[in-house]
Design a protein around this ligand. Structure first.
Ligand code: SAM
Length: 325
């Protein structure tokens, strides 16, 4: 049964990061020189990650999203996913990737039991993609998306962080992608992290995104049925796919937030912008019951909302790649 936090929210979703390493260096996510590489011992073993996942599921977590860094760069990821998929009580196993290794792994991910994929694709222009990801290859990402669909995955959700002056000239291209494919293209508001020195001038609100697309195409809101997560959904009449807007900044969705996060180093967070994170590492020597109690404490005391933009709040700067988004 789902556990409920002190604000009455049912907490059913765990974002589990398996590595801080990545094969891209997206400008909005990581410093150019990459993150300070963690030592092998700092990163939790798959055995420990699985133990955390099992205890989280016993507390009512029904959905796990595996993330990173780039989850597919970690050696041994496939058997780990298979073990996660086998957890009794877990209903949904999904993964977020940049797609670079999807051609190689799509079929095996599917047989391991991953049910859905989200792919980060912030530009459909070769040059912009390379600039934004600091060297990424657009064709490879697109080929990865094709591979996922050839393997029988449902149409991937495409996540694009919108940054003024970088990729906001592609809003219509992304919207038009939904006319001919069944993808859900989700525009994400740019969040300030330690790499976001250009924020807020580069910030584009969900409202502006909708407004700019709406000037060219009629878009109608869709009822948020099923597992749409924090995205508000829209569709251009007659389109095969849908548009999603994720607005952590302009209209936060904290009152409906059902997630907790565990990083690859074992930090458990009730909120992405939580300033008092707690390490699960000391619990590894203890019993399942003790570790479960610590996890429950974080889940139960999940903050009512993020305080990112409050005047007097000091949030420790971080790269998203250290947490998993
Ligand atoms: N490597 C995988 C990928 O590319 O999707 C997973 C890790 S990535 C950190 C997870 C998500 O965080 C991506 O969808 C990415 O767009 C998002 N993200 C990273 N930095 C962000 C920022 N400053 N604002 C908004 N979203 C961000």
């Amino acid at each position: 049964m789902a556990s409920t936090d002190t604000h009455g929210r049912h907490i059913t979703y765990l974002r589990l990061s398996v590595t801080d390493r990545c094969n891209l260096r997206c400008q909005y996510c990581m410093p150019a020189e990459g993150v300070h590489k963690l030592q092998h011992d700092d990163i939790l073993s798959f055995e420990s990650l699985l133990r955390i996942a099992r205890l989280a599921v016993s507390l009512g977590i029904e959905k796990i999203r595996v993330t990173g860094g780039e989850p597919l760069v970690r050696k041994g990821i496939l058997p780990f996913l298979q073990n996660l998929a086998a957890l009794h009580g877990l209903k949904e196993l999904v993964l977020t990737t940049n797609g670079m290794l999807l051609r190689k792994y799509a079929a095996e991910l599917r047989s391991a039991g991953v049910q859905r994929l989200n792919v980060s694709l912030d530009s459909m222009q070769k040059k912009t993609y390379a600039t934004l990801t600091r060297g990424g290859n657009l064709s490879r990402a697109l080929d990865g998306i094709d591979a996922a669909e050839e393997t029988g995955f449902p149409p991937v959700k495409i996540n694009a962080v919108v940054i003024r002056g970088l990729n906001d000239n592609e809003l219509l291209d992304f919207a038009e992608l939904t006319l001919r494919t069944a993808h859900q293209v989700r525009f994400i508001e740019y969040m300030p992290t330690n790499t976001a020195s250009d924020w807020p001038s580069a910030f584009v609100s969900g409202e502006e995104i909708l407004d700019r697309i709406g000037k060219v195409y009629p878009i109608r809101p869709l009822p948020n049925v099923g597992a749409t997560g924090p995205a508000k959904l829209f569709q251009i009449p007659g389109a095969l796919g849908t548009l999603g807007i994720i607005t952590p900044i302009s209209h936060h969705f904290c009152e409906n937030c059902n997630r907790i996060r565990v990083t690859a180093t074992g930090i458990v967070k009730g909120c992405l912008f939580d300033n008092g994170p707690l390490s699960l590492k000391p619990c590894f020597e203890r019993s399942d019951e003790e570790m479960r109690a610590v996890l429950y404490g974080v889940l139960r005391n999940k903050p009512d909302r993020h305080h990112l933009l409050d005047k007097d709040t000091l949030i420790t700067p971080f790269s998203m790649s250290e947490i998993g988004g």
